[in-house]
Design a protein around this ligand. Structure first.
Ligand code: NAP
Length: 280
């Protein structure tokens, strides 16, 4: 069986070109404040990639890189200042924060209108009730990949493995919006194998490798692997054993080059959306 590769790189390229085109056409230059606290190397790489992607599409990234020992009051004042500044369209607080700062104290300082990550309870709530909002980037990226490759969602049985607030739960809501029948599984789910075997579309966001066996997945299944793991040999892998699935399932998002690039792309999408609303 030939497996269709659901390339996030290809989908991203198309959407980023559309965003750049829209910025040129409207003359609205969105601005994104990027707040990074500390020197965690992985976070620094993520932030640099986000800033580069902004630059390439015509979004102005305003960098606020704070030292490891930043105190709560300094971060609070910065976020409150950015939130009330009308020239700032979106605010990105890179997580995780250093151990002495609790993200729960700071995320609520970013208002729903500037919450380009789509984490705010108002945005999550609107997603659930079917209203327009800034949607969580990774799951929205998954939907865009499926649409780009013409995968039918309506009427299909989608099984989501993982129920985190940033991936699993918004994934469920977005799939429901697209008229899928959705099953959400988590660490207390009994008989995971049985659920996996019934999926037309399987979204795996466990953050753990080796849980789902390739043999559980039916050949007719469209498989989305959200997981990202850095292996001992330096390579990047998903939650699934991709080499075993290639040639065995209908379609598969690769890792790397699948869901990963879409997360940044949907951040750019949300920043443009926030800017257009902000300038109305
Ligand atoms: P998370 O917050 O750790 O959530 C993991 C979920 O998996 C939880 O709901 C957990 O269930 C469930 N789970 C864990 N072990 C399980 C098991 N043995 N059986 C069934 N369910 C199990 O992770 P996350 O933030 O959603 O991220 C998931 C993965 O996606 C990670 O690898 C992360 O790196 C990746 N990710 C990628 C991108 C991207 O840009 N591609 C973006 C975000 C995340 P409980 O709720 O019961 O604990």
């Amino acid at each position: 069986m030939e497996t269709l590769i659901l390339s996030g790189n290809e989908t991203s390229k198309k959407i980023r070109a559309e965003i750049a085109g829209r910025i040129k056409e409207t003359g609205i230059v969105p601005s994104l404040a990027v707040v990074l606290v500390g020197s965690d190397p992985a976070s620094a790489v993520y932030v640099r990639n986000k800033e580069k992607a902004c630059e390439k599409t015509g979004i102005r990234a305003i960098n606020h890189h704070l030292p490891d020992d930043t105190d709560a009051a300094t971060l609070r004042n910065l976020l409150m200042g950015l939130d009330s500044d009308p020239s700032v369209d979106g605010i990105l607080l890179q997580l995780p924060l250093p151990a002495h700062l609790d993200e729960k104290d700071f995320l609520p300082l970013i208002s729903a209108e500037k919450d380009v990550d789509g984490f705010h309870p108002i945005n999550q709530g609107k997603l659930l009730t079917g209203e327009d909002a800034l949607f969580s980037c990774t799951p929205n990226g998954v939907i865009q990949i499926l649409k780009h490759f013409g995968v039918e969602i309506s009427g299909k049985h989608a099984v989501v493995l993982g129920r985190s607030n940033i991936v699993g739960k918004p994934m469920m809501s977005l799939l429901l919006r697209e008229n899928a029948t959705v099953t959400v599984c988590h660490s207390k789910t009994a008989d995971l194998e049985k659920h996996v075997a019934t999926a037309d579309i399987l979204i795996v966001a466990l953050g753990k490798r080796g849980i789902v066996k390739s043999s559980w997945i039916r050949p007719e299944t469209v498989v989305v692997d959200v997981g990202i793991h850095r292996l001992d040999d330096g390579s990047v892998a998903g939650d699934l054993e991709q080499s075993e699935l290639m040639g065995r399932v209908k379609a598969l998002t690769p890792v790397p080059g699948g869901v990963g690039p879409m997360t940044i792309t949907m951040l750019l999408h949300n920043t443009l959306k926030a800017a257009e609303k902000n300038r109305q």
